[in-house]
Design a protein around this ligand. Structure first.
Ligand code: HEC
Length: 165
């Protein structure tokens, strides 16, 4: 092999490596987003039936929001359809939006501490999920009329147990 051919081969190899790394990185951002969404528990609330069925809901249904409310002193909240939320935001807007204070039981204080890279991976992943579907029901203020099923997030006290103490 003459020198110019060796150089050309080396350049080709470096280019191929760079391309492969780029392709892998592109793929791994989505893998990272899927991983973070899974271990971050986002599906537990934002995917209908996920919590109740041991996480067996197919990925095609993930993060479309839920129509069962969470009721407490804050009123009744519904886990948003995150596909719709990210569809309407640029990546930069998402970084701000995802870190805003929310009503319970949304663990916004944990999400707010995610790194930019992690939040960007979640953004890319949710955008890759496809057809957003319908919005979750709207927030109902305390005392308002709630027309969906809801969980009551208020600590209960069993008076018979206390009396027996
Ligand atoms: C325990 C249930 C629960 C979990 C777990 C949860 N969320 Fe939420 N999330 C909610 C509820 C309920 C709301 C609506 C809060 C409100 O109305 O202020 C919400 C709202 C949001 C919003 C604002 C949506 C909008 O209307 O623009 C974002 C963004 C969000 N969640 C992202 C996430 C991400 C990302 C994760 C996982 C890391 C996650 N959530 C985990 C319950 C949850």
């Amino acid at each position: 092999m003459n020198l110019s051919r060796m150089v050309a081969t080396a350049v080709g190899a470096v280019w191929a490596l760079g391309w492969a790394a780029g392709a892998a990185a592109g793929e791994s951002v989505l893998d990272r987003g899927r991983y973070l969404v899974t271990i971050g528990g986002c599906n537990d609330c934002h995917t209908s039936g996920y919590l109740q069925n041991g996480g067996t809901v197919p990925e095609s249904e993930w993060l479309k929001g839920a129509a069962i409310g969470y009721q407490g002193p804050w009123g009744t909240t519904y886990p948003a359809n995150l596909r719709l939320v990210v569809a309407g935001l640029s990546e930069a807007q998402w970084l701000q939006h995802a870190r805003q204070e929310r009503l319970p039981p949304m663990p916004w204080f944990n999400v707010a501490k995610m790194t930019d890279a992690d939040l960007k991976a979640i953004y890319a992943y949710i955008r890759s999920l496809g057809a957003p579907g319908n919005p979750a029901p709207a927030y109902v203020a305390p005392g308002g009329k709630v027309t969906t099923p809801y969980f009551v997030f208020v600590p209960q006290v069993d008076k018979t147990q206390i009396a027996a103490r």
